[in-house]
Ligand binder design. Structure first.
Ligand code: FAD
Length: 600
């Protein structure tokens, strides 16, 4: 009789590695991102035995596996799971895990450990990962030393990660991984028993207290120039955010991760805030007398109203984060969607729309300025034109991921959220290189959607082997590389500090990542001429498999702040006087940007 997969395991003793995999499945986990190693052979055997229900996405670098778990959690709202071997593998996971911790998403990291019998003997790869992870795995962090602890500690780890929206970590010594599941190796000396646990969690959408709502309504109803600042914690509350803004006559400012909360072309929003934000949003924060913050922990307090300028209402699910950036007059600890729904009937509808209309006009002018920079005639290609081509050709429910760097500025200003579009980056860790692994994980989670990674050559080069992961897993991601052959963001930061750039441009030759894509067996193109760009983008997006467009862009295009401050202009000039290279090319670009804006 033909065997079906799994039959051969029926007569095999269940080991701890398998009980782990089985329990993950019972939690609804269907994917583990990771890379095997001799510290996790018992766990890999467990995953093998559950392979019908649990995908193992084999990557090329553990850092990418952690980014994938984080990206998966960001896009699906479910827990992301990654796995790495003991010592070096576990160390590689760290950066991606910090991304999860800082952006408040639940991730479970599973690592290996040396056999219990050799622990403490300076054995090969003996890195005490629970100690190493003490800071990052702040939800739960444990080395499992007795088979009896399973599955209770796995249930606890997952529940803690979900409840605290952060990282949980379990490390399994090699001998424990292959021990018989449920084995009871030691004599019991206490009346305690392992937790009798189950794979369930309750995550209610927490409502607000009536007295907090009443206080918030009093503050908001007394305001005359009201602004809203919404962050990614409100992404599930689009209708409520719009309804409250409409009632208050308040323009909506969005944080960068909160970009997808309301569409960019909606008349109630002035767009982003901060260095990558818009001029009207910045001015709005300077002028408002009342601020309603929802689901945000926006870090740049300089861009928020000055002390004493505005009364502040803040809604956040995490009581410990309310009042972190600004003193608040009314604090609401609750889910954004529920709290806004409760608040709405308590608000007086503002008939005076003058504050809103003023910023709507300014918002329109800003959008026209940005559109003027999407100049198809420029050679070298303007990065704004590159992302505008992606924006025009992408589907109405496309997901865009991006890296940290100037690409974040171009995405913030020229990737238009409309319909079901989404946008992700490493917000608070602001690390390089997550764009590609995020895209892989999100494409894995949503096979039918268009998923585009808009990355720089610097970030892409760090984890470019993962493009091969996409090819090997038949994930039709699209990668668009804004290739300036430089660490562009840092280049401009050095100049704005008043120093000439140093060691931020790569030497020649320039890379051809299109050739790398083709070498991986995917569609790959290199674009240097602006005339070829729209066609190349359309062709890549229409390609049925993974595709990459490597586009050479103008490295001297500055990501200008919404409002240039006197100090910034002064330091910029000083850097030029102190010997900034490429002066003429940069000045010519800045002058052309200005002329385009004046014409718009
Ligand atoms: P978070 O910091 O993640 O805060 C989300 C908040 O929502 C948390 O307090 C959380 O507790 C709360 N929350 C979660 N769920 C709920 C719920 N259900 N109900 C209520 N509350 C909830 N950002 C900008 O805004 N402007 C910039 O100019 C900018 N420049 C950047 C440049 C680069 C190169 C990079 C990489 C990042 C940049 N960022 C910028 C991102 C920035 O560092 C922060 O990550 C970001 O501003 C924080 O956004 P947030 O408040 O929406 O998200």
């Amino acid at each position: 009789m033909a065997q079906t997969p799994g039959d051969e395991e029926d007569d095999m003793q269940e080991i701890v590695g398998e009980s782990l995999a089985r329990r993950l499945v019972e939690w609804g986990v269907d994917t583990v991102f990771g890379l095997p190693g001799d510290g996790i052979n018992g766990l890999m055997e467990g995953f093998r035995r559950q392979r019908e229900k649990l995908n193992f996405v084999l990557v090329h670098h553990e850092e990418a596996a952690a980014f994938m778990a984080t990206g998966y959690a960001k896009a699906t709202g479910r827990i992301g799971v990654c796995c790495a071997t003991s010592g070096p593998g576990a160390i590689h996971l760290l950066n991606g895990l910090y991304d999860a911790k800082l952006d408040h998403v639940p991730v479970l990291a599973i690592t290996g450990m040396q056999e219990t019998s050799v622990l403490g003997s300076h054995y090969q790869q003996e890195v005490h990962t629970p100690l190493l992870y003490q800071d990052v795995a702040d939800a739960y962090n444990l080395m499992v030393t007795n088979p009896q602890q399973m599955p209770g500690v796995l249930d606890l780890a997952i529940r803690h990660a979900l409840a605290r929206r952060s990282v949980a970590h379990l490390s399994f010594p090699n001998d424990v991984q292959v021990a018989a599941a449920g084995e009871d190796p030691y004599r019991h000396v206490s009346p305690g028993e392992p937790p009798r646990s189950s794979p369930v969690v309750s995550q209610p959408a927490v409502p607000a207290e009536q007295r907090d709502l009443a206080r918030a309504a009093e503050v908001l109803n007394a305001g005359t120039k009201i602004a809203m600042l919404v962050g990614v914690g409100a992404r599930h509350a689009r209708d409520e955010v719009l309804a409250v803004a409409e009632a208050l006559g308040s323009p909506i400012v969005k944080t960068l991760p909160g970009k997808m909360v309301v569409p960019d072309d909606h008349p109630l929003t002035t767009g982003g805030l901060g260095l990558l934000g818009t001029k009207p949003s910045e001015e709005l924060m300077e002028q408002c007398d009342t601020l309603l913050m929802v689901g945000t922990s926006f870090p740049y307090a300089k861009y928020l109203p000055s002390p004493g300028q505005a009364r502040v209402v803040q809604i956040d699910i995490d009581a410990s984060l309310v009042g972190l950036r600004l003193p608040v007059d009314a604090a609401i600890t609750a889910d954004a969607k529920v709290a806004l729904g409760q608040l709405l009937p308590l608000l007086q509808h503002r008939t005076d729309r003058s504050f809103l209309t003023r910023y709507q006009r300014e918002g329109d002018a800003w959008r026209a300025d940005m559109a003027s920079l999407e100049d198809a005639q420029r050679s070298p290609i303007a990065p704004q034109y590159l992302i505008s081509c992606v924006d025009k050709a992408a589907t109405s429910d496309a997901i865009l991921t991006c890296d940290s760097g100037t690409i974040a500025t171009w995405s913030a200003r020229h990737w238009t959220i409309r319909g079901g579009r989404e946008f992700y980056l490493s917000g608070n860790l602001a690390t390089m290189a997550p764009g590609l692994p995020y895209a892989i994980a999100m494409q894995h989670a949503y096979p039918g959607r268009q998923v585009i990674a808009f990355v720089g050559d610097g970030g892409f080069a760090m984890l470019m082997a993962e493009f091969l992961t996409a090819v090997r897993h038949e994930l039709p991601i699209k990668v668009i590389i804004n290739n300036n052959n430089a660490y562009g963001q840092i280049l401009w930061e050095q100049i704005v500090l008043g120093y000439p750039e140093y060691a931020v441009r790569h030497r020649q030759p320039e890379a051809d990542f299109g050739a790398w894509a083709r070498a991986c067996g995917a569609h790959g193109a290199k674009v240097k001429d602006p005339k070829d760009l729209p066609g190349a983008i359309r062709e890549a997006l229409a390609h049925p498999g993974p595709a990459l467009v490597d586009c050479d862009v103008n490295p001297n295009e500055p990501p200008m702040p919404g409002k240039v401050q006197y100090e910034q202009a002064k330091y910029f000039t000083e850097a030029f006087l102190r010997g900034q290279p490429n002066k003429m090319a940069t000045l010519a670009t800045v002058a052309r940007d200005k002329i385009n804006e004046l014409r718009s």
